[in-house]
Design a protein around this ligand. Structure first.
Ligand SMILES: Nc1ncnc2c1ncn2[C@@H]1O[C@H](COP(=O)(O)OP(=O)(O)OP(=O)(O)O)[C@@H](O)[C@H]1O
Ligand SMILES: [Mg+2]
Length: 423
């Protein structure tokens, strides 16, 4: 595999990795430095990554996870990548990219093989997963990931790693995550036009999970809720693996729209006001608090009570978390998530989001700050979770190459669809 980074300061002990999160509001490129070995086996999945470059640009040309304008998307990607490259003093040529949106879906499948060897090894596991992939995937869809949920050896289920076991029949239950081929190919095309080679395409919640969830949370059961600009992704993890997900077509952009309409402001001004003074609960602000409004473009603005803004944001937040609750509790997933809910995405930066989430969802909630990541200030923001996760996955791919027989089976099972990347 070719990794085309040119680093000013050559280092024998570390590698450079990059992630590109092309969201509906921002494009975010992250460059990380990882030690050559010893990254795995740590309790914190992301221990050992030093973020040395961050570049963001306003996302133009992407709506609800799908490219709607190639040229604008290329421009946004180029800007973010250049900024991150400059900060890190590297020339970014290859990236891992994240995808999300309503076009992603999940097909459960099942594979069985007869074991001829004395014991089950990686080869048998690969064969069982290959067998599970042999389902009819519509021609207009691409497989992004094959996530094994359970192995069954000679009828004995509940096995997470069958290697080293004895048996004649190996079964695997998997979730095949697919996306619309056109959406994925358009995103890859945009990256290629921006001069980048794409090493892998990752479903964003899986990347965000790598950055913010602990192994314990994933084992005990947890729901990761990423509230971005255009979409809210809900991914449920149990026994270490993602078992369910859904994508709601609502995000922080809807809050801004409400503010723009309610206070009769242009979208950009409403966005600014929301970021500066936004809060989702009237009970958290002091009556009499004022905010400055209408100062954009050198105009003389005026003061307005902050309650006017919060009165608009609170019902929208309630509505959003009710929708999330319908997905989680309505489908019975609340019984699977003993560790509760972890929030990521830029929209959770608004004051009161976590409290509102806890009130409505009636589950324990925490905000998912990428932990154990060093480097740039503010890198622990939940808005960077997906980008950091993408860089971490690239680092994992390196580690995988380093030790072909890594100790973690699940990380070893990668479904890289390298064929997509050749134009
Ligand atoms: N400080 C803040 N307060 C309130 N909202 C914020 C703040 N910072 C960012 N946001 C909101 O977060 C949203 C963007 O989140 P994020 O950067 O995670 O989106 P994205 O990844 O580009 O979008 P998506 O994941 O939907 O494709 C926007 O609606 C933005 O207004
Ligand atoms: Mg996002």
């Amino acid at each position: 595999m070719h990794f085309g980074f040119i680093k000013n300061v050559a280092s024998k002990d570390s590698r450079i990795v990059a992630g590109l999160d092309v969201g509906s509001s921002k494009v975010c490129a992250l460059v990380g430095e990882v030690p050559l070995s010893g990254r795995r086996g740590n309790e914190k999945a992301n221990a050992g990554i030093n973020i040395i470059g961050l570049g963001t640009s306003q996302s133009k040309g992407i709506k609800k996870g799908v490219v709607i304008n190639i040229e604008q998307t290329v421009e946004s990607i180029r800007e973010a990548v250049e900024k991150a490259g400059e900060m890190a003093s590297v020339d970014i040529r290859t990236v891992n990219i994240g995808v999300t949106g309503g076009h992603i879906s999940c097909i459960p499948s099942h594979g069985v093989i007869a074991v001829k060897e004395k014991e089950i090894g990686m080869k048998e596991v690969d064969m069982a997963i290959e067998a599970a992939k042999a389902v009819a995937i519509p021609f207009d869809r691409e497989i992004l990931h094959v996530v094994p949920s359970e192995f069954i050896v000679n009828g004995q289920g509940g096995i997470t790693d069958p290697r080293g076991m004895v048996g004649v029949r190996l079964e695997v239950k998997v979730n095949i995550i697919t996306g619309a081929a056109s959406s994925i190919q358009n995103l890859i095309k945009c990256c290629q036009k921006a001069g980048l080679e794409v090493t892998d395409v990752v479903f964003q919640p899986l990347a965000a999970a790598d950055a913010v969830l602990t192994h314990d949370e994933k084992d005990l059961g947890v729901a990761l809720v990423d509230i971005g600009g255009g979409t809210t992704d809900i991914a449920v993890f149990q026994e270490g693996q993602m078992s369910h997900f859904s994508v709601l077509a609502v995000g922080g952009g809807n809050f801004t729209n409400d503010v723009a309409i309610g206070l009769r402001l242009p979208f950009q001004e409403a966005e600014q006001l929301k970021k500066e003074y936004g809060c989702t609960m009237l009970s958290l602000i002091n009556t009499g608090e004022e905010m400055k409004i209408g100062h954009a473009g050198g105009k003389t603005g005026k003061d307005m009570p902050r309650t006017h803004l919060v009165e608009i944001l609170q019902p929208r937040a309630e509505e959003l978390f009710k929708l999330i609750k319908e997905e989680i509790t309505g489908k019975g997933y609340h019984r699977l998530i003993n560790s509760g809910v972890v929030l990521t995405g830029g929209a959770v930066l608004m004051e009161g989001m976590d409290i509102m989430a806890e009130n409505v969802l009636e589950l324990p909630v925490r905000t998912g700050h990428p932990a154990g990541v060093t480097g740039i200030q503010d890198i622990g923001s939940p808005a960077y979770a997906a980008g950091i996760g993408l860089a971490l996955r690239e680092a994992d791919a390196f580690a995988e190459e380093e030790r072909a027989n890594g100790e973690s089976l699940i990380h070893g099972i990668k479904s890289k669809v390298s064929g997509w990347f050749r134009s």
